[in-house]
Ligand binder design. Structure first.
Ligand SMILES: Cc1ncc(COP(=O)(O)O)c(C=O)c1O
Length: 326
């Protein structure tokens, strides 16, 4: 039997690049929009790439040994990916989820054998929340101190260079090969910023005139906006927001993207539903947001005939409690 896969780690990367031709026709797009289907990674999202690379490199550097406990602050996909690969390598895994995360996310992590907790369970983070002073730095510091106190290893996707490096090593080269070196515009939303920065760095080295477009949710489509609209999940804004909410990678990355497009969750939902009907493409919420921005680019006359590559971090299955497909 020559075609049996015995480790899920072999099923990370080499995801398809899909062109929704019917949607392109229906909307008279002037460019091709090519969607990188990242739910084809083992564990179901793009975060498999970063999680596996951070784990493997920490092992190589002697920072972790089987039996150790790994800790991460995550809203979902990184947690699921770490739970998947950590267990197989003999590690325990504890995930601190954002307050307000759905019950679904706790249940999924528990099913994977991880130990989910709330960020507000850490007293220093709770104190920041109570004073309305929560920041990325505050979360990182709180989880770092908690890990040190317990002798755990904080893998820290927000600052771990092996996160963007995974995309520099794999996502970027895959896109370049799949388009035969004809990638003109690269589009992605950002959570930690690892995908956007690592992939962009590789593609820009190959094609210095490549345009990188970062996508963020508009104000009404962010967690805690009070608009009553869904938030676009798993991502953070990085332009024109107080720096305390910006991830460390995005804070120092102004030169890596050329434009920022803001999208609304309402428009993203409309796009997602149409794509599902026209091409059977079942996008998650940040994928729908990124595709919505790619469509805007594909309607600009100056982009006629170009290839736009857009990242779809996960599919729609984890978003059924939102209005994305209602
Ligand atoms: C659904 C979803 N979209 C986008 C991202 C952004 O990925 P990155 O952290 O590489 O910026 C994440 C990250 O967790 C995610 O879960």
């Amino acid at each position: 039997m020559g075609k049996i896969t015995r480790s899920l780690e072999e099923l990370v990367g080499n995801t398809p690049l899909f062109e929704p031709v019917r949607y392109e026709e229906n909307h008279k797009l002037l460019s091709k929009v090519l969607v990188k289907l990242e739910w084809f990674n083992a564990s179901g999202s793009i975060k498999a790439r970063a999680a596996l690379n951070m784990l493997v490199e920490a092992e190589k550097e002697g920072k972790i040994h089987p039996g150790d406990t790994i800790v991460e602050a995550t809203s979902g996909n990184t947690g699921i990916a770490l739970a998947t690969f950590a267990a197989a390598r003999g590690y325990k895994f504890k995930a601190f989820l954002e307050d307000g995360s759905s019950q679904e996310r706790f249940d999924i992590l528990k099913a994977y054998g991880a130990e989910p907790a709330l960020q507000s369970d850490i007293p220093s983070i709770k104190a920041l929340m109570d004073r309305d002073e929560l920041s990325m730095d505050g979360i990182i510091e709180g989880v770092r101190n908690y890990s040190e106190e317990h002798g755990y290893y904080f893998i820290n996707q927000m600052e771990n260079e092996h996160n963007p490096e995974a995309h520099y090593r794999t996502t970027g080269p895959e896109i370049w090969d799949q388009t035969d070196g004809k990638t003109d515009i690269f589009v992605a939303m950002a959570g930690t910023g690892g995908t956007l920065l690592g992939t962009a760095r590789y593609l820009k080295e190959k094609n210095p005139s490549l345009k990188v477009v970062g996508v963020q949710a508009d104000e009404a489509s962010r967690i805690g906006s009070g608009s009553g609209q869904d938030a676009i999940d798993g991502v953070a804004p990085f332009r024109n927001v107080p720096t305390r909410f910006t991830t460390p990678f995005m804070l120092n990355s102004g030169d890596q993207y050329d434009e920022v497009i803001e999208v609304s969750s309402l428009k993203a939902s409309q796009t997602a539903k149409e794509l599902l009907a026209s091409d059977g493409l079942f996008l998650g919420s940040s994928a729908a947001g990124a595709f919505t921005a790619a469509e805007e680019l594909a309607l600009r006359p100056e982009n006629a005939g170009k290839n736009i590559v857009v990242i779809a971090p996960d599919d729609g299955t984890k978003y059924m409690s939102l209005n994305l497909y209602k």
